[in-house]
Design a protein around this ligand. Structure first.
Ligand SMILES: [Zn+2]
Length: 72
């Protein structure tokens, strides 16, 4: 059990780093709501573009804005 926890603790930062890198390489993912049937012009989640920003990218944009507003 202790080995599993140690492995998890070791892997967590690696997985997080990989996810952050992935978000930076391709910040836009496909829209889950209309991806199976292709683009849907009436889709509200992606406004008809079929692309949605990833959660990590949204967080990055949010914190960047927070930082910019805080340091102005
Ligand atoms: Zn959509």
């Amino acid at each position: 059990m202790a080995t599993a926890i140690a492995l998890l603790v070791l892997w967590l930062p690696i997985v997080t780093l990989c996810y952050v890198g992935w978000c930076l390489v391709s910040p836009w993912g496909t829209c889950r709501r209309c991806a199976p049937g292709g683009k849907n012009r009436t889709c509200r989640a992606c406004e008809g573009t079929g692309m949605r920003p990833r959660l990590g990218w949204q967080l990055y944009v949010y914190f960047r804005r927070l930082h910019r507003d805080g340091t102005r």
